[in-house]
Design a protein around this ligand. Structure first.
Ligand SMILES: [Zn+2]
Length: 87
């Protein structure tokens, strides 16, 4: 109730501006791997997509909402997995 879809906002992280878009459960049709916890986000689960605003769009990552909100505590893991395959 009251949830808006397609909403996009900008968050600050690692000294960059990140575009953050909410993905509704209905729009989540693939498996993604969340870089925050290294767990899968199965289809049907609402989550967020985030990417650096000044990037080329190839850096989009799908995150659990909770992991994105806790991204500052996850940063070490993300640095370590930077070379991992992208989804
Ligand atoms: Zn996660």
């Amino acid at each position: 109730m009251g949830e808006r879809h397609g909403l996009q906002r900008t968050d600050n992280w690692l000294g960059e501006q990140w575009s953050v878009r909410h993905i509704s459960g209905a729009a989540a049709v693939k498996h993604y791997r969340c870089p925050g916890c290294d767990q899968e986000i199965p289809p049907g689960v609402p989550h967020v997509v985030a990417w650096p605003e000044y990037g080329d769009g190839d850096d989009r990552r799908h995150w659990h909402k909770a992991c994105w909100n806790a991204r500052d505590r996850r940063a070490a893991r993300i640095q370590r997995s930077r070379q991992a395959p992208r989804y």
